[in-house]
Structure formats: C-alpha cells, structure tokens
Design a protein around this ligand. Structure first.
Ligand code: MRU
Length: 344
C-alpha cells in the first residue's frame, strides 16, 4: 500500500494528520507557513525525513501566489525559514532541507516572482524525490542483514509515515518482505505519544506484515527469552562518531540488546548525519510538554501538579550500534571515516 504522507497540491502541503491515526485517515491541507509549522509542532506530520520534506514545501508556501518585488519575497522566505526552524530542534533533516531551500532562493535572485515560485517548488520536489529514492536504497541495503523467519523489534515509527518513501527502519522490513523473507515485527508502543502503537502497527498491518504490539517495558523480557533477533530503529540526528539521537527509549533498547547479544541497527538517510558534531553530547534534545505524560490523550494519569521530565529523544552511543544502514551502504564502528567518504 502506497501511503502518501506528504504531497504538494497546487498551493497547499497535504499531509496525513498523524494525530488522528489509527482511528481515522484524515488529510490536512496546510495553505500557509503558520499552519504547517503548528502541524509539525503538534506531530501531525512527524519523523525526521518527513519533517524536512514538509518544511521544504513550507518555504514554497511563503512565496506561492505572491507578486511582490524580490525584497519582499526575500523577507517572506526569511520569516518562513525562521518560523519553521523553530518548530522541532532535534531532527537535522529539518535544517538540512531549509538550508537547501534558502540556497535555491538565493540562486533565483533577480528572477520574476512567478519564476522564483517555480524554482522553489522544483527544489522542494527534488528534496521529496531524493528522500523517496533514498528509502528504497536503505531498504535494499538493510534487507541483507535480515534472514527469513527473523523477529525484529522496532521503536517509535520510522516507516512511510515518517518519510517521503517507504521508511527507513520499516523500509528495511518492507524490502526484506519483497525478497520473500518472512519477518515478524515487535512494535514498542512508544510512550508517551504512542507512535509505535498508533502508527507503526497501523502501517505494518496495511502492508500485511506480522506485527505484535508490546508495552515499552516488555522489551527486556522478550529479549531474555530469545524472541528478538534484531533491533531496527530510525534516527533524528547522527554525530560523526556514530552517536544516534532517536525517540526516547532507544538508548535503553541498545543497552538491552548488548546485554542479550542482539544486533542493534539504525537505518537513516545521509541527510540525518550531522558532520559538524564530533559526538552526540551537543545534539539538541527537544523537551515536550508535561501534559503529554500526565494527561496523555486527554486522560489524567498523574497528579496535575507533579514535576515531569519529558525529553522527546535520547542519544545512543555509537559503540552500542552494530551498524548504521544508509543509502550508500552499511557503516560500522569506527563510523567517521565511512561517513566522511559518503558525504563527500
Ligand atoms: O517525535 P517523532 O515522532 O517525530 O519521532 C520520530 C522518531 O524518533 C523516528 O524514529 C525518527 O525520526 C526517524 S523517522 C525515519
């Protein structure tokens, strides 16, 4: 099943409103930058590559249908980039895409407004297409690591809903399936926003992949009883040494995987690498509202006045990662020399 997470439809960024899944498959047309920025903040569109692609189209929205002189367009693009870059801090794909859009705008200086709109849309389409194709490659590369009959544990959602293509971690599962391998997936529910329960299971069921939902805290017992053959997750940002920021809880899984001698794989596009960071200590970790923990989905589950720590992501040290699957191939520790070669 082809899931169209993001689509440009003449003057609007059409996204699946992921906060409504799995109960309803509802599309939302964002016609201005503010609506799109809020959709990103509220996780209506989420997942590192999807955020990047959506933001690229967001920049197109800022100039769409405008007949202003170029200084005015420049101001609008600057405001759009500024607003979008303040939505979510951890996924570097957002900043990667915005930088590309800004460069495309700079190169279009002096052109007629209509031409500028066209050039920016072309650039956003290029980003979309690149990210779509990259999922395919990641899937093919990663599938070599999975054997027929394996059980794979995943966390959060790194599937089609998180990208412009088939997904990264789930892209590997889809590729393995298309090679005739039977893969069973265990999906962590992923507290507090339940991306695993709501999105990963929905998406895998749509694609006829066997999936079992578990509470996050059941992973250790599953591993101990030999029911997990590999862990496969996505990433929001990867430092030069292979430290990986991903959905909070990923680090714990990596430690568990090491203890139980289970391979721990990360699948991500090169656009998720942050070659400016030597290690993961400087990756900005998004802190989200306490209500996500105390009143998840509207139901009070803790005293209202309790203090809450709610980071959206954590950082897994590169030495706990068995391999990072990218579109160029499979990288292993030490990561830096391979990354250097592949980003060139
Ligand atoms: O807060 P989210 O739902 O945007 O977090 C998403 C993740 O942590 C994903 O694993 C990551 O972005 C990779 S998506 C291919």
């Amino acid at each position: 099943m082809q899931i169209e997470t993001i689509k440009w439809v003449s003057g609007a960024v059409r996204i699946i409103d992921q906060t409504r899944l799995p109960l309803q498959l509802v599309y939302l047309d964002c016609r201005d930058v503010e609506t799109l920025a809020q959709a990103i903040e509220e996780l209506k569109v989420r997942g590192a590559p999807a955020i990047g692609v959506a933001a690229a189209y967001g920049v197109v929205l800022s100039v769409w249908g405008q007949e202003d002189i170029s200084q005015e367009l420049e101001r609008k693009v600057r405001c759009a980039v500024d607003r979008l870059s303040h939505t979510r801090p951890t996924a570097i794909n957002l900043f990667w895409a915005l930088e590309k859009m800004q460069r495309a705008f700079t190169q279009s200086r002096g052109e007629e407004p209509e031409r500028i709109q066209h050039l920016l849309l072309q650039e956003a389409d290029r980003i979309f297409e690149q990210e779509r194709k990259v999922c395919q490659k990641i899937g093919e590369n990663g599938a070599a690591l999975l054997e027929d009959g394996m059980s794979v544990l995943t966390h959060c959602n790194a599937g089609a809903l998180a990208t412009a293509g088939l997904g990264t971690a789930l892209g590997v599962i889809y590729a393995a399936k298309s090679q005739g391998k039977r893969i069973c997936v265990f999906a962590d529910e992923t507290r507090p926003l339940l991306q695993g329960a709501r999105l990963t299971t929905w998406e895998l069921l749509q694609n006829e992949i066997e999936v079992t939902l578990i509470c996050d805290n059941a992973a250790a017992a599953l591993m101990r009883t030999g029911r997990i053959d590999a862990v496969m997750v996505g990433a929001d940002r990867i430092a030069r040494n292979g430290d990986v920021a991903n959905k909070v809880g990923t680090y714990g899984l990596a430690i568990l995987a090491k203890e139980h001698r289970i391979p721990f794989y990360v699948a991500a596009p090169l656009s998720t690498l942050d070659m400016k960071l030597a290690d993961g200590s400087k990756i900005p970790i998004e802190q989200r509202s306490p209500e996500e923990v105390t009143r998840g989905f509207g139901l009070p589950t803790a005293p209202q006045e309790v203090k809450v720590f709610n980071p959206a992501f954590d950082v897994t040290p590169g030495e706990l990662v068995s391999a990072i699957i990218l579109e160029k191939g499979i990288a292993r520790n030490p990561y830096e020399p391979t990354f250097e070669r592949w980003v060139r």
